[in-house]
Design a binder for this molecule. Structure first.
Ligand SMILES: Cc1cc2nc3c(=O)[nH]c(=O)nc-3n(C[C@H](O)[C@H](O)[C@H](O)COP(=O)(O)O)c2cc1C
Length: 322
């Protein structure tokens, strides 16, 4: 099936395995790409969780598949050091042949300039029209519409409402959020989306490096078990409702709320949250004892009933669209 996404990314199935901190490991990215979709590298997951040198990690994926894979650039300017690191990661990715980039947060203008000069494309995560307009102004080639059922940071709108909100901007729109089975995939394409980005479904795979306890929690969870916590990054993150999440509480503390409202203090508190959560999420996703019940997932858990090879998922989804 040919869509603007398959043409832009050079792939056969309009299906993206979205970047996931801390769940994106090279084997997962490669398996999705090798089956005809496209896996997206999450740089901090690759280097900090899975301990690969960034370039070597990309080369490992390249040894596992000759097909295209992408890279996620979270471009919020939380610190100068992080920004410099991201600039370097993008350079390395381009040198290693990556030509498909997914930007999240921030202004993607500088990424577009650099990637377009190398002949690549940039798709930008958006949750509503104002961000889509900003992305279009910055020169992005496509949008990833992150809806209210997504894992990670969900948006405020349903898949239908989001497409109505951003579908007239002359850019392809990919549906991210809530899709866990082939009928959901086919329905999103019928709705007018150029493709689908899934995260949660790909955690419950043989290749994903997350712990068996985390994968089992995804199989066991239902839609009503997904709650939004502000305690992880300062803005709502979708997590599985567990005793540990309950103990932490779902809302940011009073000081944090106050800081999140200020222009300068917002950056400090986000950096603090970022450092803390990066460590906690890593520990929980790798902990084989299952004692750290601190697991991100979206509402697509309802449709996920087994741990499968990632390539098998891509093939099943492909069969559903003929
Ligand atoms: C555990 C987890 C971690 C995620 N981390 C990131 C990330 O680091 N960067 C990003 O752009 N999106 C991130 N996302 C969002 C996914 O790339 C994707 O858009 C989302 O999972 C789609 O919703 P679904 O989980 O319902 O399939 C994450 C999602 C999950 C479930």
């Amino acid at each position: 099936m040919s869509t603007p996404l398959t043409r832009d990314a050079g792939i056969e199935v309009p299906l993206i395995c979205g970047a996931m901190y801390p769940c994106s490991n090279p084997e997962l990215v490669a398996a999705v790409s090798d089956a005809g979709g496209i896996g997206i590298v999450q740089p901090i997951s690759l280097t900090y969780v899975y301990r690969h040198d960034f370039r070597e990690g990309l080369r490992l994926i390249r040894r596992l598949t000759t097909r295209p894979f992408g890279m996620n650039a979270l471009i919020e300017r939380s610190s100068r050091r992080y920004h410099e690191k991201m600039v370097r990661w993008i350079e390395i990715a381009l040198e290693e042949g990556v030509r498909f980039f997914v930007t999240s947060l921030g202004n993607p203008g500088w990424v577009c300039q650099r990637v377009h000069a190398a002949g690549g494309v940039v798709y930008h995560d958006v949750t509503e029209r104002k961000w889509a307009l900003k992305g279009r102004g910055a020169g992005v080639d496509g949008l990833i519409g992150v809806n209210s059922r997504a894992g990670g940071h969900p948006g405020p709108l349903s898949a239908e409402a989001l497409l109505a909100d951003v579908g007239d901007l002359g850019l392809p729109v990919v549906c991210a959020g809530g899709i866990g089975d082939p009928p959901g995939f086919a329905a999103a394409l019928r709705m007018g989306y150029a493709g689908v980005q899934m995260g949660t479904r790909f955690i419950a795979t043989e290749e994903c490096g997350a712990s068996p306890a985390y994968k089992q929690a995804i199989l066991d969870a239902d839609e009503a078990d997904i709650v939004l916590s502000e305690r992880i990054t300062g803005v709502p993150v979708a997590v599985i409702d567990t005793p540990e999440i309950r103990r932490m509480g779902l809302e940011a503390g009073r000081l944090a709320r106050w800081m999140l409202r200020g222009r300068r203090t917002k950056h400090w508190i986000r950096t603090w949250y970022g450092l803390k959560s990066v460590w906690q999420l890593k520990r929980a996703s790798l902990d084989r004892s299952g004692r750290n019940e601190y697991w991100q997932a979206g509402k697509s858990v309802a449709a996920i009933t087994s741990i499968e090879p990632a390539g098998e998922i891509v093939r099943r989804f492909r069969a559903a669209i003929g």
